[in-house]
Design a protein around this ligand. Structure first.
Ligand code: NZQ
Ligand code: ZN
Length: 386
């Protein structure tokens, strides 16, 4: 196991009707900006619950943050923060609203002239404006981590940011919110969390037995609850296990002391930026080819995953590894997720070269757990996804 330092300061309020408790988490003298997305919270009662909880606080709101939070929209929210002397942010939504709020938390205290530099120059935020979250869609883990991904339509870019100052102060995880999530987003949530675990687990063995078993148990739980939650999102047992699995998949716990990959996400973000494909679906498109391309360096962990998670025990290490990749792709398909780029767009020719060129221009030296994947390899992997 590698050395590590681990700190995750986010307080979790988990369970039924926890939304009302946010009033105790936000200081009475705070000037709060409540941020939300396209309006789902107004249909499912969450908006009302949040407003009731904060009726004795000074709150104004900013709605309309789109999926894949758009920089131009966030700049408008930033103006509100400055004009209204906001001191506290409250994100009520899925990964997009929470990530948008993280950008605002950073931008509100940013001393440079151009807040895009937080993303383009990857400037870490050590202390942002404090914010809490009410999670409405289990998927990204953004509710308990310090990263964010922001889209800029103008330049067709999707860039990452983060810093130790961008953990939410608190996050409400009430599984009752899941009942109104449409099937497409439920499938996305399962596939995203599943791939988060794979990115931190399918590397090479370092003798981190516990981290491996944490990872495998999250994968097994997601596999167990997937059909139940797709069938009935108001099944509370399935919903609570789904929600907590998604959070633990990307709150830092399972990555301590082990190598991590994240190449699937890096390539996937480009597919969202270029074609607007849902985040989770880009991962399902890239992952099978990525694991096939890197079979040699990943085969031990792939075979372990085959046996422990999918009960594939026959064959050589290599055969088990290949079978596990096939089973993973089938799992995405069972969720109703297509795993080929050509199923999402007819204009895929040239995508691999374009993504590889973008990575070269950004000066990326290498992707993957060995940092040895060059832009040329990225080109091959993306072509395998056509
Ligand atoms: O906008 P509204 O109207 O609220 O509708 C949303 C949106 O259309 C809807 N929704 C959310 N909760 C709902 C609901 N509909 C009904 N009932 C509810 N309870 O779902 C749609 C998608 O929401 P979004 O927030 O975009 O989805 P998700 O949580 O999957 O977030 C995706 C974004 O997070 C980034 C992705 O790149 C993408 O931009 N990620 C963030 C990460 C992080 N910060 O750690 C890691 C991830 O790998 C990912 O990159
Ligand atoms: Zn993801």
């Amino acid at each position: 196991m590698k050395n590590f330092k681990f700190k995750n300061p986010t307080k979790i309020l988990f369970g039924k009707n926890q939304i009302e408790n946010i009033k105790k988490e936000i200081q009475k003298d705070a000037k709060v900006l409540m941020l939300y997305g396209g309006g789902s919270i107004k249909k499912n009662g969450i908006y009302e619950q949040v407003n009731n909880a904060l009726k004795d606080h000074d709150v104004i709101e900013f709605g309309g943050i789109p999926a894949n939070p758009e920089y131009a929209v966030l700049l408008k929210a930033l103006e509100v923060i400055k004009k209204e002397n906001i001191t506290y942010l409250l994100a009520v939504g899925g990964g997009s609203v929470i990530d948008g709020t993280k950008f605002l938390s950073a931008a509100a205290v940013f001393e440079g002239n151009d807040p895009w530099e937080i993303l383009s120059k990857n400037i870490p935020t050590r202390k942002g404006m404090p914010f809490g979250t009410v999670l409405t869609l289990p998927a990204t883990g953004s509710e308990m981590n310090s990263g964010a991904v922001i889209t800029r339509a103008e330049t067709r870019e999707k860039r990452t940011m983060g810093g130790t100052g961008l953990f939410p102060v608190f996050s409400v995880l009430d599984p009752l919110v899941i009942h109104s999530i449409p099937p497409r987003q439920l499938a996305n949530g399962i596939a995203d969390a599943f791939t988060h675990v794979l990115e931190q687990y399918l590397t090479y063995p370092v003798g981190a037995y516990l981290q491996d078993r944490f990872a495998e148990s999250i994968l097994q739980t997601l596999i167990e609850v997937a059909p139940k939650i797709m069938e009935d999102p108001s099944d509370y047992t399935a919903a609570s296990n789904f929600m907590w699995s998604c959070t633990l998949a990307l709150n830092g716990l399972i990555s301590q002391g082990v190598p991590t990959d994240w190449a699937v996400h890096a390539m996937g973000h480009e597919l969202t930026a270029l074609f607007g494909i849902d985040h989770a679906r880009t991962l399902a498109v890239i992952a099978p080819g990525h694991y096939r391309f890197n079979l040699e360096s990943k085969k031990e962990k792939l075979a372990q995953y085959a046996g422990r998670v999918w009960n594939i025990t026959e064959g050589t290490t290599r055969e088990k590894a290949i079978a596990a990749i096939e089973r993973t792709e089938a799992f995405f398909n069972e969720l109703g997720i297509d795993t080929k780029l050509s199923q999402y767009t007819n204009e895929y020719e040239g995508t691999a070269e374009l993504i590889s060129k973008r990575f070269t221009e950004r000066g990326w030296l290498g992707l993957g757990e060995h940092q040895n994947l060059k832009p040329k390899d990225v080109e091959e992997i993306v072509k395998m996804a056509y």
